[in-house]
Ligand binder design. Structure first.
Ligand code: TYM
Length: 329
């Protein structure tokens, strides 16, 4: 079985963008690959997380991932800092990574703009993609399921792999991104313009209650902006609400909504209410499983610890090889 790796930052609650772009695939792919899933707390430090907030958010993220269907009997789910080899390999890879490539990273440019507002662009934001490459390469992973926003980082991972192999001999496989080939690869936020993200507050979070989801969808979600009155025919092909029906509603209901929207038989409120119901129907069982797990935090911690130990053994084998290749003891 090929190894597959992916990671997620423990920053607040998971949202529908993470879920559709990545986590749904994480769950499905468990049957076909040896999956290694990581809660990347070293990466989260670049966002200047309060020290006291880190452990609760890690536990929260692990709880959601298990509730979504990550199964510890099939996959390894662990916390990055339980395996310090990630940072060791990151350092070694930094010596084969050109600075120019790091400066080109869109995510660095965007995040440093946000950080500039807080008047502190930390170096970790700049070297972030090297640590991400180390995450993947440490397990010699071939496949990496992610959303579209991570494509550039994975291209850089491939380049770092080539540079390492050229200098020290064939050691790592070049990884391949697994990115959805539809609009789930880059789920837009409720504004219908920017990528869904917690920092823009344009998201539907797993922690939102059913009422909050309903309120956010029906009251704040932007639909076809040219449709001013109920009597105007709508244009589902440009409407983000309709796109979301594609994610959450059945074929028949979608066809019905599409036809009635185009002929102005229903208004946007009707369409959004149906969507909110379907989102809640999908999140309901996940919320219930999370609620059960939340009553057994030690079970979640046990999963993370046990998987961390197993993963660390794998990481140490790779690091022995890497140290020997590069001439360290
Ligand atoms: P993170 O924590 O921002 O996001 C986790 C996953 O969710 C995807 N995603 C989205 N997909 C579609 N639409 C959206 N609006 C959306 N928002 C987020 C992300 O693409 C990602 O797959 N750098 C990574 C974490 C990481 C990693 C890795 C990933 C660290 N090391 C190694 C893969 C392999 C990140 O910040 O993801």
């Amino acid at each position: 079985m090929d190894t597959l790796f992916s990671g997620m930052q423990p920053t607040g609650s998971m949202h529908v963008g993470n879920y559709l772009g990545a986590i749904e695939s994480w769950v499905d792919l468990q049957e076909r690959y040896r999956c290694v899933y990581c809660i990347v707390d070293y990466h989260a430090l670049t966002g200047q997380v309060e020290a006291g907030a880190m452990q609760p958010t890690i536990l929260e993220m692990a709880t959601w991932l298990l509730a979504c269907g990550i199964d510890p009997a099939k996959s390894l789910l662990f916390v990055q800092s339980d395996v310090p080899e990630h940072t060791e390999l990151g350092w070694i890879l930094s010596t084969v990574t050109p600075m120019g490539e790091l400066s080109r990273m869109t995510q660095f440019k965007e995040k440093s703009k946000q950080a500039e507002l807080a008047s502190f662009v930390n170096t970790g934001l700049y070297t972030y993609p090297i640590l991400q490459a180390a995450d993947i390469m440490l397990y010699k992973a071939k496949w990496v399921p992610v959303g579209e926003d991570q494509r550039q980082h994975l291209e850089l991972t491939r380049e770092i792999t080539r540079k390492f192999n050229a200098r020290y001999g064939d050691t790592f496989p070049e990884c391949q991104p697994l990115i959805k080939d539809d609009k789930r690869a880059r789920v837009l936020g409720l504004d219908g313009e920017a990528k869904m993200s917690k920092s823009l507050d344009n998201h539907l979070a797993f922690t939102h209650t059913a009422d909050e989801i309903k309120h956010r969808v029906t009251r704040t979600m932007v639909s076809d902006t040219q449709r001013a009155r109920l009597a105007d025919p709508g244009r589902p092909e440009v409407c983000n609400v309709f796109t979301f029906h594609g994610f959450f509603s059945g074929t028949e209901q979608r066809a019905d909504i599409e036809a009635k929207c185009r002929t102005a038989q229903i208004g946007c409120f009707h369409c959004k209410s149906a969507l909110a119901e379907n989102v809640n129907a999908r999140l309901g069982p996940i919320r219930e499983r999370a609620e059960v797990l939340r009553k057994r935090p030690d079970d979640v911690r046990d999963v993370l610890r046990d998987c961390g130990l197993q993963v660390r053994a794998l990481a140490q084998v790779t690091m022995d090889e890497v140290r020997s290749r590069v001439g360290l003891r």
